[in-house]
Write a protein that binds this ligand. Sequence first.
Ligand code: ATP
Ligand code: MG
Ligand code: MG
Length: 378
Amino acid sequence: MKVLVLGSGQLARMMCLAAEPLNIRTLAYDVNQDLVVHPITQLPVDMSYADAISAVDVITAEFEHIPAPILSLAEQSGKLKPGANAIQAGGDRRIEKALLGQAKVNNAKHHLVSDEASFNQAITELGLPIVFKTAKEGYDGKGQWRLKEAAQAQAVWQQMASVLASSDKSQAIVAEQFVPFQREVSMIGARNAQGEIKTYPLTENHHENGVLSVSLALGENDVLQQQADQMFTAIAQALDYVGVLAVEFFDLNGELLVNEIAPRVHNSGHWTQQGCYSSQFENHIRAVCGLPLGDTQLIQPSLMVNLLGEAEVDNQVFALPSVGVHWYNKENKPGRKMGHINVSAADKATLTSKLSQLKNLLPISTHQGIEAVLVKLT
Ligand code: ATP
Ligand code: MG
Ligand code: MG
């Protein structure tokens, strides 16, 4: 089998690393440079996008903001999994909100904003505070505004109006009721073409400046897990989804609300590389290639620490047992996702002491996220 991944970043790389032992070959398509490359070496393969489409059995994606002409060529080949409908739902919050409504899953009340009248209407309908998000292209908390008090309404509207004026006509803004959540959790799961679904244990996520810092999977809350499973299944079925899907939730007093979905493998699922027998990357490849799904049970409590804008770690990290280092082979830039570290331990107490040990060996940029998790664990 051969798989073409739309996008050539770390997610394509880790899909390739998981696919090779299954005897499945991967290619990646760098959509910005219009280049087909090897997902690990990044070396160009002498092939056009059209050639690559013909050469593979399956096409999948590592991100949802794919230019429409590229996505439609993939869709027309009949090889794209998940389908363009799912990728578009992840790439446009208007489509996403309609989907969540159709799947009847709990989510924050919203209102579409395209001009000043609809902006004022959003405030009337939703009440304050409100989170405004661009419908397209937003990630890592970019393209968002918070409105807490009516006195700031004009100033916030001016900022949004200038973004709308400088964007193409297809851009819009989705206003969402602010959710005063206690925690953010996510569920990663897979569905194959036969309709088989397997989900991983819920992950608790800690962000720094809008970017994921640490994900923690303890596998201990059965009630929340069941709620999330039910919503995951409703969304995956509504999309007739094939592949790995990520669903982000707000935990509001033990009630889950869907924040957003990502139609792909997800940063908050990287711990599955050592916390489970089949990682999210392997299960994505299995699902899109029509294989039965692999085991998603938690072997041991696990967590992941993102390395943001960091190009190295102390070699003593390699001396820690059940600690895995994963670099992405990218050029270092401030705040850029350069790699991650996975940690597992037999129980929560051992995980906690291991994480404190690890913290002393990691760059300061990781400390705030790690400390937030240490507080939770103890
Ligand atoms: P990602 O990088 O996860 O794709 P994103 O840019 O698409 O992020 P969201 O996940 O929608 O953005 O929002 C970023 C963060 O803003 C959330 O993780 C959450 O902390 C906060 N947030 C978003 N929507 C709301 C809301 N309705 N109420 C309260 N906080 C919110
Ligand atoms: Mg997002
Ligand atoms: Mg998000």
